[in-house]
Design a protein around this ligand. Structure first.
Ligand code: NAI
Ligand code: MG
Length: 357
């Protein structure tokens, strides 16, 4: 075995450790099957790290991340730590510094309506039965969240800035992703009113010239929000700035149904990434063994795809997940009557992977 990947495993709080345990089992099976070697090293993060060391992102954890090829992240936070100062809060105090340290400018969130579970979607069956398979790509380190801001008296302001370089690098990711999927990019903007959107649109057009096999369309954010509800199956890759992507990625999550199914990836330009479920630490169900491990398992699949280029292994995991869903081996967030817990769903996915030839 020549290929060897080092992964920093940060389970965090609440359901984080429970769902991470299942993702690790799945990773070990595909490593054997697809002939690569994994070194998985666990470290403390979030509330668990605060309790043990006094800070949400201890130096040892950051050092491990720097020495690794990717970060597999669980979830952080919970009611125990909500009263703390912003920089000490588990979420802000760990995810923001990690994004900054590793320049994770690209956030990817796939959202699907699985045909077998179209009724999970709050959309009308007339719409949801046609399915959805969207990849939302959000710029994560620029835009209005990071611009100059201020307040004086009864006036406040925020500024949005984007450079050609910033737009180019996120657009490149979107076109490359579309090449491997449905070959379509819908770039979201508000070019009828915003200067940054005009630059965004021009820059995306330039990048598109290098990807003649991908269709580019532009859509205003307000229309996109509406079209997602009316006919989500029209979208393949949606390319968004930080603000619009924040909103649309949550809309896509809501359309898809359970948070327990949705993975995410945050990447930089050199293949390094942080992979985590779209949901949080779910304190309401933590410790009961009933959390859905699928979002964490699919996050591991995204890691294999985007950081390591192990496309076959990623697809095998995604197929196994799909098969378990079709066989109705699901946790209670998907079907309240189900008796499968976290470990049972993980075990079913592992067994499916082992049976596959
Ligand atoms: P949440 O995503 O933890 O929970 C929302 C609802 O979805 C809950 O009813 C929960 O049980 C359910 N849910 C989420 N993931 C699930 C899974 N895998 N299986 C089954 N059900 C699942 O969001 P909430 O309640 O707003 O936040 C709880 C804590 O998580 C807070 O401390 C928050 O700050 C933190 N959080 C952390 C994030 C992260 O680590 N990136 C992201 C979002 C929230
Ligand atoms: Mg959000």
């Amino acid at each position: 075995m020549s290929k060897h990947y080092k992964i920093a495993v940060l389970p965090g709080d609440g359901i984080g450790p429970e769902v991470m345990a299942e993702a690790i089992k799945v990773l070990q099976v595909v490593a054997d099957k697809f002939q690569f070697q994994l070194t998985l090293t666990e470290a403390l993060v979030g509330g668990a790290a605060l309790d043990a060391t006094g800070v949400p992102l201890p130096p040892d954890t950051l050092a491990l991340c720097k020495a690794s090829d990717a970060i597999l992240f669980g979830s952080v936070g919970g009611p125990k730590w909500t009263g703390l100062a912003p920089d000490m809060q588990p979420e802000r105090g760990s995810l923001l510094p990690l994004r900054k340290t590793f320049d994770l400018f690209c956030n990817m969130r796939p959202g699907q309506i699985y045909p077998a579970f179209a009724d999970l979607s709050p959309l009308h069956p007339r719409v949801s039965s046609k399915g959805m398979d969207v990849l939302c790509i959000r710029e994560l380190t620029g835009g209005i969240y990071f611009g100059e801001k201020g307040r004086s008296g009864d006036t406040a302001f925020d500024t949005q800035r984007y450079s050609v370089a910033e737009v180019t690098r996120i657009a490149e990711v979107a076109f490359q992703a579309a090449q491997k999927r449905g070959k379509k990019v819908t770039s979201i903007d508000k070019a009828n009113v915003l200067q940054t959107s005009i630059l965004w649109r021009e820059t995306v057009e330039q990048v598109a010239k290098n990807y003649p096999d991908v269709t580019l369309e532009h859509m205003y954010i307000d229309n996109a929000a509406m079209q997602l509800i009316r006919s989500p199956q029209q979208f393949d890759v949606m390319l968004c700035d930080n603000l619009f992507g924040d909103i649309l990625s949550d809309e896509i999550a809501a359309i898809a149904g359970s948070l327990g199914l949705l993975p995410s990836a945050s990447l930089n330009g050199s293949g390094f990434g942080l992979y985590e479920p779209a949901g949080g630490s779910a304190p309401d169900i933590a410790g009961q063994g009933i959390a859905n491990p699928i979002a964490q398992i699919l996050s591991a699949a995204l890691m294999l795809r985007y950081s390591f280029g192990e496309e076959a292994a990623a697809q095998a995991i995604e197929r196994a997940v799909q098969q378990c869903l079709e066989q109705h081996i699901v946790t209670r967030d998907i079907d309240p009557k189900s008796t499968y817990g976290t470990a049972a769903v993980g075990a079913a996915i592992v067994a499916t992977l082992q049976q596959e030839t």
